[in-house]
Write a protein that binds this ligand. Structure first.
Ligand SMILES: NC(=O)C1=CN([C@@H]2O[C@H](COP(=O)(O)OP(=O)(O)OC[C@H]3O[C@@H](n4cnc5c(N)ncnc54)[C@H](O)[C@@H]3O)[C@@H](O)[C@H]2O)C=CC1
Ligand SMILES: O=C(O)C(=O)CO
Length: 339
């Protein structure tokens, strides 16, 4: 530690997020790293009762439920020096004014990538076994070969996996699937360095060449205007019969209507941790299909995995307080292609 002054910190997130992310041990660590007058956290920056805290705060630890830090809000925080985001994407919370004012921004997306990649590995293995679909199948013909054939080829030996987005999560998925005994991993990402993809065990492949070759398509690109419906009717039609689409990224990457058509026809299977819209309307045909497994956006953050994100944000606070470089600093430029 240096003799740098101890910064004043405040946690800004929903009450539920705070309860999930900050147990007494982590509140103690926060208090050891920073001056934290009461309240430790606020969920409403517009509450007049917190105006004094905003006037003196130097570091915000943000999370789910935090508002966007607009110019108006930043004017309430004249001493703010850093925003350390302890949840998934920082994008909805930031504005250019942060960087214009020289406020430093850090994220924990690398840490958040770990459980998403692990969930994806599990989904890929189960998709090979067709386990979620066979478990959900209520067709009396499901016993034996006839049952399994409805969902496609069975098994993980020799499968081809298509990874879209050599992102933080995509890279981890490519690394994790190397542990499977015999898989081919194709990677579509126009911004990735092909040598890095090859070094990780993937084969750089343009999306249109990847689609017809995969047993499993796993999406890991960020939600940007350029990625909206990147998997549309044409791309889904290019997938082989019985391929499984895994989406842990964002629902907007897929044209939902086209996916509904393919899955209702029984031609494709899907494992969806994210949907468009989210949640799906109660009458969405996707709910009733045995070839579709839907989880409620849980891949990245649930239960004890939230503590890993809190710890990573507190590690950033420790670095900030010591005047050390931040581990995952976000700049306006680094957000251009990012989640
Ligand atoms: N299900 C969950 O709980 C969670 C989902 N996510 C989502 O997972 C996805 C990946 O997150 P990260 O790995 O942090 O993303 P990231 O921010 O690391 O992704 C950036 C990379 O995506 C790639 N990319 C950009 N445009 C692309 C395109 N058109 N085609 C292919 N690749 C493209 C580029 O290589 C870029 O560097 C995001 O959509 C994110 O919102 C993230 C955390 C939790
Ligand atoms: O915030 C995100 O990006 C998530 O998807 C939840 O971890």
């Amino acid at each position: 530690m240096t003799d740098a002054p101890v910064p004043e910190a405040l946690v800004v997130m929903s009450r539920e997020a705070f309860r999930n992310q900050f147990d007494s041990e982590r509140i103690s660590r926060l208090r050891a790293l920073a001056r934290v007058p009461d309240p430790v956290f606020v969920d409403d920056l517009d509450d007049p009762a917190v105006a004094d805290r905003l006037a003196s705060v130097e570091v915000l630890i943000t999370g789910w439920g935090a508002p966007q830090l607009t110019q108006r809000r930043l004017e309430q925080m004249p001493r703010l020096q850093a925003m350390l985001h302890s949840a998934g994407s920082v994008r909805p919370h930031v504005t250019d004014e942060l960087w214009d004012r020289g406020i430093r921004v850090a994220a924990v997306a690398e840490v958040n990538a770990v459980p998403v990649a692990e969930f994806t590995l599990a989904a890929i293995i189960l998709a090979g076994k067709k386990a979620p679909f066979l478990a959900a199948d209520r067709d009396p013909r499901r016993d034996g070969e006839a049952g399994t054939a409805r969902f496609g080829r069975l098994g993980n030996f020799g499968v081809t996996i298509g990874v879209v987005g050599f992102s933080r999560i995509g890279r981890r998925v490519v690394a994790l699937v190397q542990q499977l005994s015999s898989v081919t991993v194709l990677v579509a990402d126009p911004f990735a360095d092909p040598d890095e993809v090859r070094a990780a065990g993937g084969i750089p492949t343009p999306l249109e060449q990847l689609l017809p070759r995969v047993d499993v398509l796993s999406l890991h690109a960020p939600a940007l205007p350029s990625t909206r419906h990147m998997i549309g009717a044409r791309e889904l039609a290019a997938l082989p019969d019985h391929a499984t689409v895994i989406n842990t990224a964002r629902g907007s990457l897929i044209d939902n209507d086209a996916l509904v058509r393919e899955c209702t026809a029984g031609r494709l299977n899907a494992i969806l941790d994210v949907t468009d819209p989210e949640p799906l309307p109660e009458d969405s045909p996707l709910y009733g299909l045995p070839n579709v497994m839907i989880t409620p956006h849980l891949a990245g953050s649930l239960g004890n995995e939230l503590h890993r994100m809190t710890d990573a944000a507190l590690d950033e606070l420790e670095r900030f307080a010591a005047g050390a470089p931040l581990h995952e600093e976000v700049t306006a430029e680094s957000l251009r292609l990012s989640a």
